[in-house]
Write a protein that binds this ligand. Structure first.
Ligand code: ATP
Ligand code: MG
Length: 328
């Protein structure tokens, strides 16, 4: 079986961007691949986090993975910091990554602008840790939203570089970008991608948002005065709502356009909101139940860390040996 790895940072509550762009695809892949899904808590530390909130969100993310339908019997579900090989491999790979490569990462440019003066070195080298996450598991495919494409490219480059300098060590991974939901946009500024770390709560819908909040946020979503439900560049707001609806119902943009011929934005928005509410309600219910069941949650992520460590440590030992580090 081919190997898949992906993760989400507990840097904020998860949005429908994370759900439609990542988690929903993961669930559809779980029968056909050997999959590793982690909560990448070390990545979240690249910007300042409140410790209590980080802890709560990490557990909540695990609960969301499970509630969305990821089966812990079929997938290895774990917390990144529970597998120290990630940090160790990241250091080794750091010594093979060029400053120039990291400076070109558009996510770094965006995020460093936001934090201003206090840009941490961690934020700069974050893509190297992500490369370690991926390469440790001999990953074939990395299912992500399209914003992560550049980071996967870097992981490929590092793998190829290391393989050429020493001997074949890493599998060279490919990005797997689903065609629906790959890029859900900000509801207030539809030129930007929706992000859980955005300051404006009206810009995103959280997986855990209650129905009335979802309705309110969708009704406030920025549209245009063209008045036609159409998927086009001149209508980024409406197009985004079409993408969201399509990612949930499985309909193509053209089908949705046809269905809403002659129908106004108010009705369209209300249908989009109901589709989201319907999709998320069962997930929310399940998350609440799971969070009450601490022993079960613990058994899932402990088990996951054990399985993940076994594979990750094997790759790490190979790296260390090839580099000239003395085995213990
Ligand atoms: P942050 O703002 O902290 O970076 P984020 O919302 O971008 O948070 P990440 O943890 O960086 O979330 O990404 C987790 C996964 O969700 C990745 O696969 C990413 O590509 C995907 N993803 C994030 N935002 C979107 C989006 N707007 N549309 C589709 N997929 C997305
Ligand atoms: Mg992100």
């Amino acid at each position: 079986k081919k190997v898949i790895l992906s993760g989400i940072q507990p840097s904020g509550d998860l949005t429908i961007g994370n759900y439609l762009g990542a988690i929903k695809n993961w669930v559809s892949l779980q029968d056909d691949y050997d999959s590793y899904y982690c909560v990448v808590d070390l990545h979240a530390l690249t910007v300042r986090q409140n410790p209590a909130e980080l802890r709560a969100r990490t557990l909540k993310n695990i609960a969301i993975y499970l509630a969305s339908g990821l089966d812990p019997a079929k997938n290895t579900i774990f917390i990144q910091s529970h597998v120290p090989a990630h940090s160790e491999a990241a250091w080794l790979l750091n010594c093979f990554c060029y400053m120039g490569e990291l400076s070109r990462m558009t996510q770094f440019k965006d995020k460093s602008q936001k934090v201003g003066e206090s840009v941490s070195a961690g934020l700069f080298t974050y893509p190297v840790l992500m490369a370690a996450d991926i390469l440790l598991y001999n990953t074939d495919l990395v299912p992500v939203g399209s914003d992560q494409k550049q980071h996967i490219e870097l992981a490929r480059d590092l793998a190829i570089r290391f393989n050429n300098l020493y001997s074949p060590t890493f599998k060279v991974p490919d990005a797997y970008i689903g065609n629906v939901g790959a890029r859900i946009m900000d509801l207030q500024e539809p030129q930007k991608k929706m992000s859980k770390s955005s300051e404006n709560p009206n810009s995103y819908i959280l997986i855990m948002d209650p129905p009335d909040v979802i309705r309110k946020k969708i009704s406030r979503a920025v549209t245009d005065d063209i008045g036609v439900v159409r998927f086009s560049e001149e209508q980024p707001g409406i197009s985004n709502l079409i993408s969201i609806l399509g990612a949930i119902t499985g309909e193509k943009p053209q089908e949705i356009e046809k269905k809403y011929e002659g129908i106004g934005y108010a009705q369209f928005k209300s249908d989009v909101a109901e589709a989201i509410v319907e999709e998320l309600s069962p997930v929310q219910e399940k998350v609440k139940q799971l969070l009450e069941d601490k022993p079960y949650m613990e058994s899932v992520y402990k088990n996951g860390a054990e399985k993940a460590s076994y594979v990750a440590n094997k790759t790490l030992r190979k790296m260390q040996k090839k580099l000239g580090l003395i085995p213990r």
